[in-house]
Design a protein. Structure first.
Length: 167
């Protein structure tokens, strides 16, 4: 017999030995402590868990919406992936992609630094547009190896980027 089984087998004998007054006290204590134990051991932890879930679900839905939007951007960038251009064609590709993504007006200087390296200077470029440009060119094998950017107002940056053609 296990300890629990042995204790349960002695319970009827204990109950009979308590007497009427002792049994009433035990029942009263159980009646008073039962709801407290139910609340403390079951209801309160369950309610806290439900409350955490209710707070977590909206945050996860918002994160999912952002991920779906970014997945669409990644699919679009993968569709444009191809062989990286070289030389003067590299300058044209960067200038054309900057114009297409509305960063062309902020692009003030674009120059070759060797056969595979291009230096660009941006003045008051929309930050999100510049990030899209970096991702778009990266998908085409033109990777930013150095970017020095400074805030230039709410949502804008100024600075320089050096791109290198790989592949």
């Amino acid at each position: 017999m296990t300890t629990m089984t042995a204790a349960l087998s002695r319970l009827p004998a204990f109950w009979r030995a308590c007497g009427a007054r002792g049994r009433r006290r035990i029942l009263l204590a159980a009646w008073l402590l039962g709801p407290i134990l139910f609340y403390g051991l079951l209801w309160r932890p369950l309610a806290a868990h439900v409350r955490q879930g209710a707070q977590l679900v909206p945050r996860q839905r918002a994160a999912l919406a952002v991920m779906r939007k970014e997945a669409a951007l990644v699919r679009a960038l993968r569709a444009h992936a191809g062989h990286a251009p070289s030389g003067a064609r590299l300058l044209r590709v960067i200038r054309r992609r900057a114009r297409a993504l509305a960063a062309g007006t902020a692009l003030t200087s674009l120059s070759m630094q060797g056969a595979r390296r291009v230096s660009a200077v941006f003045v008051r470029a929309p930050f999100t547009t510049l990030v899209r440009l970096l991702a778009d060119l990266s998908a085409r094998g033109i990777v930013a190896t150095r970017a020095i950017l400074k805030p230039a107002g709410a949502g804008y940056v100024s600075g320089s980027v050096i791109w290198v053609r790989y592949g």
